[in-house]
Design a protein around this ligand. Structure first.
Ligand code: GDP
Length: 380
């Protein structure tokens, strides 16, 4: 979901300021357009203008009339049919009425991007404008065109380039952004986030490039958290390391600062690279391959239980209102990223702090570096 921040009303030129660049970019890039209007206020002038803009785009629009909380409202809301959209939904976000049908219709229209097929790692290089993404891509793909196969856009406008060399075999995922870059230069930052999101969605793991001269910024954090939520593998590559004056502790201190920001998920490889001087480029890909392996790791149930039940015995869950959680059994779930189910007498007795302990134990005993994992408490 791309949140464009909505329209701003009440400026001198409502329409000019309302249809902001972000909205235009989002409309251009989105798979499904959900146009939300308000049953309480009825059709406004701005609604009509937005409708007009959306119609010109030719993409299918789902018109969603919100705040239809009761039958009276439903009666009033029928006026929105006059806007002439083919798909109309009457919902109440407050109560959730009608949202199931809407979700079904949205889901139907979203291409099914397959999770990894387990054969070739798909890597997206993401980061802010000018951080060095193209330079890294070129360093990998550019020089020896013969080792690169352009795999025709498997989905939409993404370009998948397959790289096989030095024992590596992976796909670099890039969304065709350069072409549009010029047109939307007014909002390059927002556009680059959109592009990162798209590439990220199609990949198994990301190389998040950070500019050594700037450090980790809000936009980098947004991408990091998204990758974390979407259970993608993550590597942080601090580029332009050649520009930094260094003493023995510089890298360590830099790493510490990053880890403070990305906490609590700090089990992430952080590399200090220079694409310009070709420093640790090979290492970056090597690390990406390790993270990919970690993401596909399947741990034997017996081994998992031996180690985790011992860890639970060593540090048992603290009591919650005098009651104790008894964890009896652990199993890895058959998901495309590592996820674990803990069978427990009452899941409510396991607090977040204890889940964090369990996660730390998993990470220190099994190689899961760079990979967000799932922990689920199930009643047994
Ligand atoms: P993108 O917008 O992320 O694709 O960034 P580019 O690859 O176009 O790089 C932006 C600028 O940073 C270019 O001028 C590059 O030459 C420069 N650059 C890339 N990597 C490095 C590096 O490791 N060190 C230095 N000093 N400059 C770099």
């Amino acid at each position: 979901i791309v949140d464009t921040g909505g329209f701003v009303e009440g400026s001198e030129d409502v329409f000019e300021s309302a249809i902001r660049m972000q909205v235009k970019v989002a409309v251009e890039e989105a798979t499904v357009l959900v146009f939300m209007v308000d049953a309480e206020t009825g059709i406004t002038d701005l609604d009509l203008r937005v409708a007009d803009m959306l119609r010109r785009n030719k993409k299918e629009v789902l018109l969603v009339v919100n705040k239809v909380d009761n039958n009276n409202r439903l009666h009033d809301a029928t006026e929105f049919y006059s806007m002439g959209f083919d798909h109309n939904f009457f919902i109440s976000s407050q109560s959730g009425a009608g949202t199931g049908e809407l979700l079904d219709e949205i889901a139907k229209r979203i291409e099914n991007i397959p999770p990894t097929d387990g054969t070739i790692p798909r890597i997206a290089i993401v980061g802010q404008p000018n951080v060095g993404k193209s330079s890294l891509t070129n360093a990998l793909l550019g020089e020896e065109r013969n080792i690169v196969t352009e795999v025709a856009g498997t989905t939409r406008d993404a370009i998948h380039s397959r790289y096989t060399k030095f024992g590596f075999d992976f796909m670099l995922i890039d969304t065709a952004g350069v072409r549009r870059k010029a047109r939307v230069h007014e909002d390059l930052e927002f556009y680059s986030v959109m592009r990162a999101i798209k590439s990220l969605e199609e990949s198994d793991l990301i190389i998040l490039m950070i500019d050594a001269t700037l450090g980790i910024e809000a936009q980098d954090m947004a991408i990091f958290r998204l990758a974390q939520r979407r259970n993608k593998g993550i590597i942080i590559a601090v580029n332009k390391w050649d520009l930094i004056e260094k003493d023995t502790n510089t890298a360590l201190e830099f790493e510490k600062t990053i880890k403070e920001k990305i906490a609590p998920f700090t089990d992430i490889p952080i590399l200090f690279i220079s694409v310009l001087d070709k420093v640790r480029i090979f290492k970056t890909i090597e690390t990406a391959m390790e993270v990919y392996e970690n993401r596909n790791r399947k741990i034997k149930t017996s081994e998992l239980n031996d180690i985790m039940l011992a860890a639970i015995e060593r540090v048992p869950p603290p009591s919650v209102k005098g009651r104790y959680a008894k964890i009896k059994y652990v199993t890895q779930l058959p998901t495309y990223f590592p996820a674990f189910a803990f069978f427990v007498n009452n899941p409510n007795y396991v607090k977040d702090s204890y889940k964090q302990y369990l996660e730390n134990q998993l990470r220190s005993n099994f190689k899961l570096t760079g990979v967000p994992i799932g922990l689920f408490m199930r009643e047994k």
